[in-house]
Design a protein around this ligand. Sequence first.
Ligand SMILES: *Cc1c(COP(=O)(O)O)cnc(C)c1O
Length: 461
Amino acid sequence: MSLTRQEQLRAWDHAHVWHPFTPQVEWSESDPLVIDRGEGVYLYDTEGRRYLDGVGSLWCNVHGHRHPKLDQALIDQIGKVAHSTLLGVTHAPAIDLARKLVELAPEGLTRVFYSDDGATAVEVALKMAFQYWRQKSEPEPGRNYFLAFGGAYHGDTLGDVSLGGVDRFHTMFEPLLFPTVLRAASPYCYRCPLGLTRPSCATACLDEVDRLLEAHRGQVAAVIVEPLVQGAAGMIVHPAGYLAGLRDLTRRHGTFLIADEVAVGFGKTGSLFASNKEGVTPDFLCLAKGLTGGYLPLAATLTTEEVYSAFYGTAAAGKTFYHGHTFAGNPLGAAVALASLQVFEDEQTIERLGPKIDRLASKLATLADLPYVGDIRQQGLIAGIELVEDKSTRRSFPWESQVGARVCRAARKFGLLIRPLGDVIVIMPPLAIEADELDWMIDVITTCLREVLMPEVEVGS
Ligand SMILES: *Cc1c(COP(=O)(O)O)cnc(C)c1O
């Protein structure tokens, strides 16, 4: 009996491919969806079925798949060289991209350190901040602490996991993590840790950050935050003014602010960088996922002349930043990132987002009265729909019921590809999505919520 190519791929996947963040029993019992190609905001499987890429291939894709200008930039670059190192030599794509990033980033970020993933972009910021305090003109070697937030997610390497606040991902590794992390509660307004409500709370949660920085005066190397939206925690949208408040506090206490814009950078929140929204220049800006338009792994950590100056020395001076990743600043990645930034200009991508964001907001509002829809939060084209067992007490479903996963699985048969975070349904499509496609996504999600949670109600009635 001979297997078809599709059957063969599925069997070999189950035999050999260990998937990230994936419970293996459920996976091994599932019929894997095998993606074959993409076009615009759609992906196609090996049987030719079409799926709207509702989470932008995991928060990466910006201008759609197979954008002609991005594809052409790769073709042009591969005709020259696919990879050459930044250790001891340099190349035009990395240089041109660094200039462009400095031009577009919040004012004052003038130095670009390349790596290859979000996790590495954050590791670089951590190590740079740490080393900076030890070799600035008047060293402050006691600054060993980082302040991070509840539910924080900054990547999966052990340094980043030390900052992480997602118990399910991070608790296991506790014995290996560095202990010098101060934890402030997340500004998760739906479940306010202080029991307050907006806007009368006056963002009182910032006071805790203030107190921690005060109690650890001279010990904090940096505060690290996912600006505006905490992604992996469940698309927790921070209250307006929170980021600017953090910037004020870090300035006042004389410590650094690291903005991890790995998820929220490149237009997802409605402006090119989330930090722009509150007029903030962080001391470190971490970029990855959308940097290449979601095409290739490339990351960058931007910082200031002030930070750079503390590393400016001869080999003998011992100020060198001894850190690097083999594929840092890869020419193909840099070329496609440049093309992506050009497309932002040519297609006025940011300028055209306003109506889409409004459309998403009004469409999401139609879900508010459905049973089990506890909270709907949105920032730009990012949204999270938090499902709860009891709306009045905001009690969550038991983890085992996997409600979020079931809703997302149901969406697949309608041709919508989405992936939840626990019981939060995530919406994070490519910016290239059209308003009617957003409407359609929400309609499918509504149908699937009914199907999974209210099976007694006729679908469509
Ligand atoms: C995805 C993500 C990371 C990690 O990026 P990788 O490319 O997966 O290593 C870091 N920080 C945030 C906020 C993220 O969403």
